[in-house]
Write a protein that binds this ligand. Structure first.
Ligand code: INI
Length: 162
């Protein structure tokens, strides 16, 4: 018989940290609202949620890593918005945020959902931050809950394995 593990949307007693970047706050505030709404809908009480603000998307990985290493979080959600400008800077910030967040999750073992928009213009961002195309902050929050629920079903790691 095959053993199947699956995280589900509903949860109890999860502690979730949300890291939001202030750069393009007119968008990240909407991502944050979506994420908080989704966490509440999953059954995470407000008392189990903390929000940490960082300057920009490039700071998300370090803040996530610090929070994960500090302990106390079943999952983290990183929220940001990178809008393409005229220079190569977009790629640097977008790549750094994505690769850094992935590295932080792998190094710490704490699920870190990536809710960072990488878009060409503000219209695309608005559409994905509670507009016509949904809310990527909410999607990331649900992914974080799913991953935390999934990991809860696995045997705990020993200190050496963390
Ligand atoms: N940070 C963002 O979150 N989005 C952007 O679009 C952006 N752009 O375009 O420059 C951005 N830059 C700031 C960066 O994340 C760091 O905060 C900064 O480089 C200081 O380390």
């Amino acid at each position: 018989m095959v053993t199947e593990f699956s995280g589900s949307g509903q949860t109890r007693n999860l502690r979730v940290g949300v890291i939001a970047s202030r750069f393009n706050e007119f968008i990240t505030a909407r991502l944050l609202s979506g994420a908080l709404e989704a966490l509440r809908a999953c059954g995470v009480p407000d008392g189990n949620i903390a929000v940490a603000w960082v300057p920009g998307a490039l700071e998300l990985p370090q803040a996530a890593s610090r929070m994960a290493k500090g302990g106390g979080w079943d999952a983290l959600v990183a929220l940001g918005c990178v809008i393409r400008g005229e220079t190569h800077h977009f790629d640097v910030v977008a790549d750094g945020a994505a690769r850094g967040t992935d590295a932080a999750a792998r190094e710490t073992g704490v699920p870190i959902a990536f809710g960072v928009l990488t878009v060409d213009n503000a219209e695309q961002a608005v559409a994905r931050a509670g507009g016509a195309l949904g809310n990527r902050g909410a999607d990331a929050a649900k992914a974080a809950v799913d991953m935390a629920n999934l990991f809860r079903q696995f045997p705990p790691l020993t200190q050496r394995q963390v």
